[in-house]
Design a protein around this ligand. Sequence first.
Ligand code: NAD
Ligand code: WQD
Length: 338
Amino acid sequence: MTILVTGGLGYIGSHTVVELLKNEFEVVIVDDLSNSERFILQNIEKIAGKKPAFFPFDLKRKELLTQIFDAYEIAGCINFAAYKAVGESQEKPLDYYENNLFTLINILQEFKVRNISNFIFSSSCTVYGQADEMPIDENTPLKTPESSYGKTKQMGEEILKDFATAYGRRVSLLRYFNPIGAHPSALLGELPIGIPNNLVPYVTQTAAGIREKLNIWGNDYPTEDGTAIRDYIYVVDLAKAHVKALQKLITSNEETVIDIFNIGTGKGSSVLEVVEAYERANNVSVPYEICERRPGDITIAYANADKAERELGWKAETSLEEALRTTWEWQKYLESRL
Ligand code: NAD
Ligand code: WQD
């Protein structure tokens, strides 16, 4: 069975392609390399022992996408392709709406005319904003995200719900919490482009001496140590959730399915806990300074992921420290390539 994986050379996409290949799916990747690099394709092959088909083009180019659907019998799609920098989305909202939504609609148009079902969408815990109660389950009310990036995720969810309802198709909306870590082979991981915004890549570069110190954005939050709390989910665990979600869609007897799953560990960790875990796991030092809060940041978010366990038989397995060890190995691999 052939699955189209858009953004399949990106951070989460590449790990998921490996899991799909391990589970005997055929994979066709479309990725325009706007936030990824070609060597990732070779590394996927090194790990999985198989090479997925790869087409480097922008999914906004509908005529090229049509050719892929003509050439392959696509049975489903996991759609990772999107721009994802929250801050940048505030400066370039139109680029974000265009890239994240036009690409989605282009794929769905092909699905519609060819009568294809089984679509998995990379959503985000950002759709909950600062929830009133913890942990966050799938019935927690959504809040309009502050960033244009976040809005593209909420709009993407709505587009997919309408698509599934109107045309009788199966879709799964996976709301990831904070993905971290790298493949245990150290051949795949998050590619740092410019100055990292996210915590773990910044901590890694600080430990490696690329950055002088970590700025901790606020220690006056109403949490035990004053720093903000998130749910850090290991990327290989996250990748496995996609395979489970896809298998559920494929084997469903229903014509219309709208699945929504939180994908997180169910455990919150503060910024300081992450820094300390990183130092312990890798025997490194991460100098830091406490700074003002970062505008737009919430205090706390962690998942109730029981629904994924109940309905997908999926649950996070990897500890924070283990995930942080793989991050450090990936950093060493990147340095060895220089
Ligand atoms: P990533 O940037 O590493 O991967 C996205 C890939 O899509 C990149 O390889 C990029 O080159 C490609 N791409 C982007 N626009 C494209 C286009 N128009 N045509 C073809 N390819 C295109 O990001 P990631 O961290 O792997 O995230 C994957 C998905 O998960 C995204 O949709 C993101 O919004 C979502 N998500 C990410 C996080 C996170 O913290 N990483 C959290 C929640 C949700
Ligand atoms: C985590 C914590 C920071 C960097 C973002 C997106 C969200 C989702 C995941 C895609 C916060 C603190 C960070 C630093 C710090 N992505 N921090 N110093 O903000 O939870 O979520 O990525 O959907 O939509 O908004 O993740 O890794 O940026 O921050 O103190 O240099 O680390 O303040 O408390 P965030 P993050």
